[in-house]
Design a binder for this molecule. Structure first.
Ligand code: ZN
Length: 411
């Protein structure tokens, strides 16, 4: 069936070819074993040129998958049903040929994603799980080729191939929980990045991932806050999964958070810069460094193959505007409280309170700050961020700042 599809594709009979591919994928999905929730990707290969590129990934069991397409930038998204254990070095899947970026990792509990980004619109001629003739295991073959913008638009409109998506459990978006009573002050602690979105990564042999540092600090911070009377903290994620920026905001709001603290440890071009920084939201960035950082942070959804939906414009709503302004004042007050807490105790960068348009800080009604714990571009910070003593000191100081902020509110 697929060879027919390829032939039709080559003749430009795009829709007919796509139907055949769709039918094929549908059949393979229908006949696939229902269990495969844990898979091992043993090895990967990529080969090809600027016109067509083949990716082959070796699995121990048959992978169930779906494919869909996204624009701005052009991305082919391949979702595997199940948790994939990646047993091959990432270099085996370094972008080349038609692709200029390849990412893969956990998307949520039970879903793993590959995102293939290309400069020109590209589509998959072949996406197939093939059983190895010799030996055990399966290989996922993804043959990509450059397509016309029209073809790309058609592919995008077709939506998902196959239908595994609905069978895959995803992380619940809005845990059903009533907002806390007034007497309890609720803090949402957000570990930046996660899953397919690694965040910053140090160079060299044993790389340090921002997503792991942030989870480590977030877990410690939530624990510390929960020891303080009258304060209750929860994590937006407590495992290595991806959350979109919008989901992070939504989780905080749906659980009635009084504060939102997002933790990060990014890289800067200027390697000598080290120390902590506290960010609040603003339309115009306070400086160039803040602007660059916010732009990079805001690509998190793009990296993970999530379509960024334009928020409906609410600027004209005077009530929302007032709420935003009030929230903004609270956010700044919390940022000052954290800077004050760190002074003389923890290294801070110059002008440690800065602002820019971070999308994760857009909850209109939850005061929010983004804290750079240090920078993975600085060797000293990397060492420090891995020390439990430093972590415990830092989270105690943040918890002190939250307590002071709350007292100032009269809580
Ligand atoms: Zn970050």
């Amino acid at each position: 069936m697929l060879s027919n599809a390829v032939r039709l594709f080559r003749r430009g009979r795009w829709t007919a070819a796509l139907c055949l591919v769709l039918a094929h994928v549908f059949l393979s999905v229908m006949t696939a074993p229902a269990s495969a929730t844990e898979l091992t990707a043993k090895a990967a290969r990529i080969a090809g040129d600027e016109a067509r590129t083949r990716i082959v990934i070796d699995f121990d069991v048959k992978p169930d998958f779906t494919v869909h397409y996204l624009t701005s930038p052009n991305r082919i998204v391949v979702d595997i049903a199940g948790t994939v254990n990646f047993a091959f070095p990432p270099e085996q899947l370094e972008a080349r040929g038609i692709y200029d970026r390849i990412r893969f990792g956990a998307m949520s509990a039970g879903r793993t994603r590959f995102v293939l980004t290309s400069k020109l619109p590209a589509g998959l001629e072949v996406a197939e799980a093939r059983k190895n003739d010799e030996g055990e295991g399966w290989r996922l073959v993804l043959d990509g080729t450059i397509v016309t913008p029209d073809q790309y638009a058609t592919m995008k409109k077709q939506g998902n191939w196959g239908n595994t998506e609905s069978n895959v459990p995803v992380v619940p978006l809005a845990p059903q929980q009533a907002p806390s009573p007034d007497s309890v002050f609720t803090v949402a602690v957000d570990a930046g990045h996660g899953g397919i979105d690694t965040g910053a990564v140090t160079a060299g042999k044993n790389p340090v991932y921002e997503k792991n540092i942030t989870l480590d600090f977030a877990t410690a911070l939530a624990r510390e806050l929960n020891t303080r009377p009258g304060i209750k903290a929860f994590l937006t994620r407590d495992t290595d999964v991806f959350l979109s920026l919008g989901e992070r905001v939504q989780i905080a709001r749906s659980r009635g958070a009084n504060l939102f603290i997002s933790l990060h440890a990014d890289t800067l071009r200027e390697k000598s810069t080290r120390g902590a920084t506290v960010y609040t939201i603003s339309d115009r960035a306070s400086d160039k460094l803040a602007d660059e950082l916010a732009k990079r942070e805001n690509t998190s959804d793009e990296v993970a193959g999530v379509e960024v939906k334009k928020e409906p414009s609410e600027v004209n709503d005077i009530l929302i505007d007032l709420t935003r302004r009030e929230t903004q004042a609270f956010s700044i007050s919390l940022a000052n409280s954290i800077v004050h807490s760190f002074e003389g105790e923890i290294g801070l960068i110059n002008n440690p309170h800065r602002s820019a348009g971070f999308r994760v800080l857009t909850a209109p009604d939850v005061p929010s700050v983004l804290l750079e714990l240090g920078f993975l571009s600085n060797a000293e910070d990397v060492k420090q961020l891995q020390k439990p003593d430093f972590r415990d000191k830092l989270v105690t100081l943040i918890a002190d700042a939250v307590k002071r902020y709350r007292e100032k509110l009269g809580g």
